[in-house]
Write a protein that binds this ligand. Sequence first.
Ligand code: 5GP
Ligand code: MN
Length: 352
Amino acid sequence: MKDINSGNVQTLEKMISEARKISIVTHQKPDGDAIGSSVALYHYLTFCGKDSVRIILNDRYPSYLGFLTCSIPENDIIVHKERSVEAEVLLNDSDLIFCVDFNAFHRTDRLEPVLSASKASKILIDHHLNPDRASFDLSFSETDISSASELLYQILMHTSIISQDAERLPAESATALMTGMTTDTNNFGNSTYPSTLLMASSLLGAGVDRDRILLHIYNQYGENRIRLMGHILKDLLTITEDGVAYIVLDRKTQKEYSVEEGDTEGFVNIPLSIAGVRMSILAKEDDGKIRVSIRSKKGTSANGCARLFFNGGGHENAAGGRLNIPEDLPGIEAAAEYIEKHTHIYLNGENE
Ligand code: 5GP
Ligand code: MN
């Protein structure tokens, strides 16, 4: 963990103590790790006595994460899509901005120009490949780690207030950190390092209620999600000769099953359980584009495929991106052909 050393953590503590107005920003379409690390940091900062801390999001988080945000006053979480002027004014007025769980400003979508123009000091806390370090005054970037939540946990452990004692963390921070780590590892199914299990152990020892977290993140979905999962696995899943499993989810089907943000979370992982499948892709029609999630088994790079053919990136075995209409393809009906053709080129050029 080269970026987590006492020098960098002392610099971080100094920047926090000198800042008056602090914003926390994360990537668009925030997931459990994005919200978990943001909420944990919010509570740490208020615990340090900071009274002007805001979480600024590009868009709203899925409702199953509401158990984390209910501990924060409503006006301290501002969603740009709902209150754009306020979000931009607050970001412009900040003297310190934390950027968590993303590696470059464009991952915040409409917050990008505001972040680029902002004169605030900026601190990166992220676990993705290829961080844009030049955009930040201080960077904590580690890729051999489960999640941004675990990285934040390691940083907080090094601070003078917490001082290697997880019991000193605000309870809301501890719960949020455990949640973000759990969702990014798919409940210890991937990206689990020795440090991850040590973190989990310390947080459990400090009183985090893991059963309650699991109830919220895995057992509170609507019936529609399970029905859709059945339909997808039976009728919409294709497996190519190259060992690529893919699912194309058009608007019509999303409407039919009343799909909301978060309802398809985890679907892309399921086909990886099939022998011979090396890579799994979920292509989901969205406003004027197709959002793509990619997962791969060890030995095949989801990140490489996302960067080369899907305008994206991420981690070695879990990445994402987008296909633009009409630049990349005319519409959702051409997605299957696009995926088959480009994954064939990718896998045969890369590994054969
Ligand atoms: P998901 O499939 O869960 O949306 O994303 C998987 C991983 O890929 C996450 O770590 C996410 O941050 C990253 N990712 C998703 N979409 C994009 C994208 O458009 N660009 C980049 N660079 N990374 C992405
Ligand atoms: Mn993450």
